[in-house]
Design a protein around this ligand. Sequence first.
Ligand code: MN3
Length: 207
Amino acid sequence: MTHEIAPLPYKYSALEPHIDTETMKVHHDKHYQTYCDKLNAAVSRYPELAEMPAEELLVNIDSLPEDIQDRVKNNGGGFVNHTMFWEIMGPKCGGKPTGAFAEHIDRDFGSFDSFKEQVIDTGKKFFGSGWVWLVWNEDKLEIAALENQDSPLLVGHYPIMCIDLWEHAYYLKYKNERAKYLEAWWNVANWQEIERRFVEALKFAAR
Ligand code: MN3
């Protein structure tokens, strides 16, 4: 199996004005493609890994051949993280989550507003390149910032929501103002997809 990038599920311009067209083009067509190409190059010498989905490579990182563990962590992570990122955003989105997921947000963070504030604050304080995550850890929701392209799957936590903190995700429009990007991001949050991932998280934890 050769990993392939997923087409963007909406137009490059669909997330305007919150995320600009040029950023979406470069981010999806160049950065995402490069992670995918480098993942394929890393696993190409190991046919026994050929049929393993990229998520499974990350979950099983410790049992992979040692010489490719770092490259799979970085590029497999980059590939999987971005595939998810495109899907959890969308046009005509924003608002608030509903249902069981919303109840768990209230249970674990007090309220949606408090959850949002904690995500933004974690993203603002994080130094360098990485992602801020909402994950399912055994029996609860947690916010975490991880460096580089590290996936929560590496430590067995299921990724439900994420915001890319690399400068390539916001620099063309927001320059040095990461906080403004973090505030604007909620206008493109696709809660329907994020809630679907919450259901997947419960299944993942039970497996
Ligand atoms: Mn990125």
